[in-house]
Ligand binder design. Structure first.
Ligand code: ADP
Ligand code: ADP
Length: 229
């Protein structure tokens, strides 16, 4: 589903690579944490998968698409297979909850009838049916992240990327988000989550890929954060 093969990413402005000869294979349906301290390369890892950045060397694969060689005209095809959520939610502030989710489908040309069916389903899944007409500013942080999850999942992507999705949330709210990510994963969606929240990683007992200064230092089937350090 996802593969990095000997991937190195060096940003022009920095001396050591942000990712240094990293190889990882992620199968369909897996739930994988990407962990490591700030600056270890987690965001770079995620951005390479989205083709927001290009590797300096190596291959990046998502499904049958070779991302690092993907021509610009095929990038929409890649992005349609992936949903993303971020620490800062990235909702459109002037649109309602429902409009935020619908817009993700409008921009990829889905029909009105599809949208009017899919959006309520997605909002129901994240428990926000009752708040469809609210603006993001009227919601708590946890609710905003649930909207972002509904938006990321409404098109049933093969892969969900979550970059520090609980970074701005308190522990209880973070747990709600993790429950939703597990539910999404159970539908068969591959979930890749970057985090440095060790409580969450320890509780979930999922595969852990650990980066340290750009190098892959650990890949455990059911890891616990920080073991061996
Ligand atoms: P993390 O998400 O684990 O904090 P990042 O992938 O953001 O790590 O960063 C890895 C390294 O790459 C850091 O040294 C960071 O300063 C550097 N870096 C990240 N993005 C850029 C960029 N756009 N330009 C230059 N250096 C960057
Ligand atoms: P990046 O530039 O890092 O790819 P974006 O901020 O463009 O991230 O997108 C973040 C998330 O929001 C993605 O899931 C994307 O599909 C979604 N998204 C981006 N722009 C819009 C938009 N105008 N309306 C709805 N969803 C959007």
């Amino acid at each position: 589903m996802i593969a990095l093969r000997n991937v190195t990413k060096s940003y022009k402005t920095s001396t050591r690579p942000a990712l240094d000869n990293v190889s990882v294979d992620i199968a369909k349906g897996e739930f994988v944490f990407v962990i490591g301290p700030s600056g270890s390369g987690k965001s770079t890892f995620m951005r390479l998968l989205l083709k927001d950045e290009k590797p300096t060397s190596g291959e990046v694969w998502v499904t049958d698409l070779r991302v690092d060689k993907l021509p610009a005209r095929k990038v929409p095809k890649l992005r349609q297979r992936m949903g993303c959520v971020f620490q800062d939610f990235r909702l459109l502030q002037q649109k309602t909850v429902e409009q935020n989710v619908a817009f993700a489908l409008e921009v990829i040309g889905k029909s009105g009838s599809f949208i009017s069916r899919a959006v309520p389903e997605a909002l129901d899944m994240v428990g926000l049916s009752g708040k469809a007409d609210r603006l993001p500013s009227e919601l708590s942080g946890g609710e905003q992240q649930r909207v972002a999850l509904a938006r990321a999942f409404v098109n049933r992507p093969l892969v969900l990327l979550a970059d520090e999705p609980t970074g701005n949330l308190d522990p209880d709210t973070s747990q709600d988000i993790m429950t939703l990510l597990e539910r999404i994963n159970r539908t068969g969606t591959t979930v890749v989550m970057a985090t440095h929240d060790n409580t969450i990683v320890d509780a979930m007992r999922r595969r852990v890929v650990e980066l340290d200064r750009g190098r892959l230092v650990r890949d455990d089937e059911t890891g616990v954060y920080g073991v061996g350090r």
